[in-house]
Design a binder for this molecule. Structure first.
Ligand code: GTP
Ligand code: ZN
Length: 365
């Protein structure tokens, strides 16, 4: 064979069958030669990770070097594993660049943000028709999703319980600008085909929304009975004990991936300032016309936002929600600042030398 006809792509490239894998990951991985294989994290335990590799799921720990960087693999991460066949062991040695990153803000202790999941393309914000429908909560969810880099889709579930789903959709659209809003019934599967474009081969979705809106029912509908969602896997850990793990990443029959993780379900509002500006882009746009540059849109004269509310262009509740979220963000970042100061103090303390240490130091010289 003439060498010109050799394929340009490395030999492993066509063997990689990890859902969500793409060319970019391929080129990031191409620097690894030898006993390294790629994988995708299914779920994380304290010091062990379940990882999907070409055609099965394995358990892996992480290397000391990766551990020292402080970068912990999370569900959805694409990782590089060192495979030691003779020891029957896999070790995660690196996390490949994340496309999107869903994290809990730096709430409380001022420590760095906590990443919950990575590489989610689309997040279904699930709400249900009827009394769960809460526009203010939807705005919070939108804020979180925008900050992660994923694309939001609002799913109005239990459409079978309302006579007027179109009305509910209109209400949601009033705050959602160009975010798709889809009415479905997870129970009867009515309308779920409208969600199919987001769960096609290679795409990764996650679901967010309060308890009882029907997230599990929806996932089961996508899975089409191929996996039992609540199925827990009983296996022996490295010490021979039985452990029970719950899968958090599912491959759909059509090739898409669904991530279902308690941290995403129960997401709290943290430092999501970027997403905040996107969510309230209408208010921020109007605010350019406020008389004062630092207008807080509370009661200042010449406030264009208050004027827009009075004239009915912006809903009063929406401005209230803006103020409430703004206050919360300010509070969170203040808390983070306080935490930082505490840390700085601590660091300083560590550098202080006690009189005894100083004496010993001088004596050694
Ligand atoms: N009528 C109707 N009921 C639904 C629909 N989808 C889900 N339900 C019901 O709503 C209840 C809650 O559904 P789940 O799927 O457990 O809700 P969830 O969002 O996963 O709840 P958590 O696990 O607490 O987060 C169940 O009794 C479902 O049968 C729907 O489209 N229509
Ligand atoms: Zn103003």
């Amino acid at each position: 064979m003439d060498w010109h006809t050799l394929p340009e792509t490395p030999a492993y490239a066509d063997k990689i069958t990890i859902p969500g894998w793409d060319e970019e990951l391929g080129s990031a991985f191409s620097v690894y030669k030898g006993p390294y294989i790629p994988g995708r994290v299914i779920s994380r335990h304290k010091t062990m990770w379940d990882v999907l590799v070409s055609d099965n799921a394995i358990k892996a720990g992480i290397s000391g070097a990766l551990s020292r960087t402080g970068k912990q693999p999370v569900v959805g991460d694409f990782v590089v594993l060192l495979k030691q066949a003779e020891l029957n062991s896999h070790t995660i040695v690196n996390v490949l660049p994340r496309k999107t990153c869903l994290s809990r803000g730096s709430a409380g202790n001022g420590s760095e943000e906590q990443v919950i999941a990575a590489n989610i393309d689309t997040i279904f914000i699930v709400t249900s028709a009827g009394k769960d429908l809460n526009l203010r909560r939807l705005e919070r969810y939108l804020t979180v999703v925008y900050s992660s880099g994923a694309k939001p889709v609002i799913v109005l579930n239990k459409a079978d319980l309302t006579d007027r789903p179109a009305e509910a959709i209109d209400i949601i659209r009033s705050i959602a600008s160009d975010v798709p809003v889809v009415a479905v019934s997870a129970l009867s599967k009515d309308g779920i085909e409208e969600l199919e474009p987001y769960i096609g081969p290679g795409s990764t979705v996650a679901l967010m929304g309060s308890s009882g809106v029907g997230k599990s029912t929806l996932i089961n509908a996508f899975l089409n009975g191929s996996v039992q969602l609540t199925q827990s896997v009983r296996e022996d850990d490295e010490k021979g004990r039985h452990t029970t793990t719950v899968r958090q990443l599912f491959v759909l029959p059509g090739g898409g991936v669904i991530i279902d993780n308690p941290g995403i379900r129960e997401i709290q509002l943290g430092d999501y300032s970027d997403g905040f500006e996107k969510t309230f882009s209408d208010i921020i746009q109007v605010a350019h016309n406020c008389h004062f540059k630092d207008c807080t849109h509370q009661q200042e004269p010449g406030c264009a936002v208050i004027k827009a509310v009075a004239e009915g262009f912006i809903a009063g509740e929406r401005l209230e929600s803006y103020h409430a979220l703004n206050a919360e963000l300010a509070f969170q970042s203040e808390k983070a600042d306080i935490g930082l100061k505490r840390l700085e103090k601590k660091k300083h303390k560590g550098m202080q030398v006690s009189p005894r240490e100083y004496r010993e130091y001088k004596e050694r010289r």
